[in-house]
Design a protein around this ligand. Structure first.
Ligand SMILES: [Zn+2]
Length: 464
């Protein structure tokens, strides 16, 4: 049946020598062409210019002998372009079939493009409660009649049958609207490959925008790679920063990961390695610091006015493994600012915090302003001042590493190896874990620390 606005459709299925569109080749193409003139079926065996692996031959029934006399793709490319172009291209798992055809046409110097409708997505959209949407599930759910499975025309005919089954169930408006949504092409910067949306995977990963001369512009991560990448180019974002990114981008690259934590860790390391111009300015760890406050007030050799808080630097100590630390700051200025603010709010003594110097026996400046309760001159007991300081800082306390040693965080098929809030690397085999442990701990990194805090709440932990 024909929908208004879609005068011609081709239901397409391919058989191939394998699963990789850029490397494997087509052995058969089946097309069901539907137009106002009626339904026309077409099938063509194709010589793949390569051996057909045994297990593929067993699956499809297409053997080397069967294609021995078949034409090459190049020989039929002209005929196929006539059959396919200008029509709505419909396939089950359309990325697969469309990707293979694009690559075969590309080898012949033809840039094949089509408006593509995937019947997996169509089924998902129209039957959202159905648990599965593969061809076998569709056959069962809709009573389709296979004339042979895993041959091109037979499978193309099955998706055509599926299409025909939709008509009694949905109005033309619903179908039209659903198809319009599924085939809508996102607005892409003109300089990018229009097929980019089809090529980007949908799951977890990291993406990189490159500009002129392969200059890294931006590194990002997402749990929905394709959606996220395309959102950069969506028109409602087309202003300010996103606009300038859209205009500068020349190439988009991506790395799939097994999960979110892996993507976060990879993003963090790529931002530091590539220094993309559009990411927040590189966060250096060189100035990372924290306040150390002893849990008990110790008798101090420097006299009663000795500071109860000490600024400590990440580079000088084992920040991840050290107890009694409060807050992590990107600079001394940030650290002093925070403690000054706490002193003001809690009426703590700046001399006792080490923020101000006073002559022995002299009161601090704050005491005259009544913002210090006089710890500096013995009006407030030092132990009480110390206790109030600990209380004021309690929310900033850095949790000590809660494990005896390194641990593994299991995500998908990999283990992220972690020790004292430092990330040693990810491994998928036992020996890789051992070599990561042997390499030792990298310097403490605030971004990694934050990712690991999150990871330890959501991923299963194994002691290493
Ligand atoms: Zn004081």
């Amino acid at each position: 049946m024909i929908l208004p606005g879609i005068p011609e459709m081709v239901f397409v299925d391919l058989e191939t020598t394998g699963a990789t569109a850029t490397r494997d080749r087509i052995t058969e193409i089946g097309i069901v062409h539907v137009s106002a003139r009626g339904v026309e079926r077409f099938n063509q065996l194709i010589h793949p210019q390569a051996r057909i692996p045994d297990f593929i031959a067993r699956l499809t029934g297409i053997t080397d002998e069967m294609v021995a006399d078949a034409p090459s793709f190049e020989a039929v490319a002209g005929d196929l372009i006539d059959r396919l172009s200008g029509k709505l291209f419909i396939a089950h798992n359309a990325r697969f079939d469309y990707g293979f055809l694009k690559n075969e046409f590309k080898r012949c110097g033809i840039d094949f493009r089509a408006r593509v409708l995937c019947t997996v997505k169509l089924s998902q959209a129209l039957f959202p409660d159905a648990p599965r949407h593969n061809l076998d599930a569709l056959i069962e759910r809709h009573g389709l009649v296979p004339s042979g499975r895993h041959r091109a025309l037979a499978d193309a005919d099955l998706i055509f049958q599926f299409w025909e089954k939709l008509w009694p169930l949905f109005s033309a408006e619903v179908l039209q609207q659903t198809i319009a949504t599924l085939t809508a092409r996102p607005a892409l910067p003109a300089q990018l490959d229009p097929d980019l949306p089809e090529r980007i995977p949908e799951g977890h990963g990291v993406y990189i925008f490159y500009g002129e001369n392969n200059l890294p512009l931006y590194v990002g991560k997402s749990n929905h790679l394709r959606k996220r990448v395309l959102s950069h180019f969506a028109s409602d974002h087309a202003r300010g920063k996103e606009m300038s990114l859209s205009m500068q981008v020349r190439r988009v690259d991506w790395i799939e990961t097994g999960g979110e934590i892996a993507a976060l860790l990879l993003e963090s390391s790529l931002v530091k390695k590539l220094l993309p111009t559009h990411n927040q300015r590189l966060r250096r760890n060189k100035e990372l610091c924290s306040w150390r406050v002893a849990p008990q007030l110790e008798p101090v050799p420097d006299g009663p006015n000795a500071a109860q808080a000490e600024l400590v630097w990440a580079r000088d100590l084992n920040l991840g493994a050290q107890p009694d630390l409060y807050g992590i700051f990107r600079s001394q200025r940030d650290a002093v600012e925070m403690l000054t603010e706490i002193a003001r709010k809690e009426s703590l003594c700046k001399v006792l915090l080490g923020l101000e110097k006073a002559a022995p026996g002299a009161a601090c400046f704050g005491f005259q302003l009544k913002t210090c309760r006089g710890g500096c001159i013995g009006r407030e007991r030092l132990a009480l001042h110390h206790a109030r300081l600990l209380m004021a800082l309690s929310k900033l306390r850095l949790p000590a590493w809660p494990h005896r040693g390194p641990i593994g965080l299991r995500e998908d098929l990999v283990v992220h190896v972690v020790d004292a809030w430092c990330y040693l690397g990810s491994a998928s085999r036992e020996d890789e874990i051992h070599s990561l442990l042997a390499n030792g701990r990298p310097e403490f990194d605030l971004d990694i620390y934050k990712i690991l805090r999150k990871a330890m709440r959501c991923l299963p932990t194994v002691a290493l």
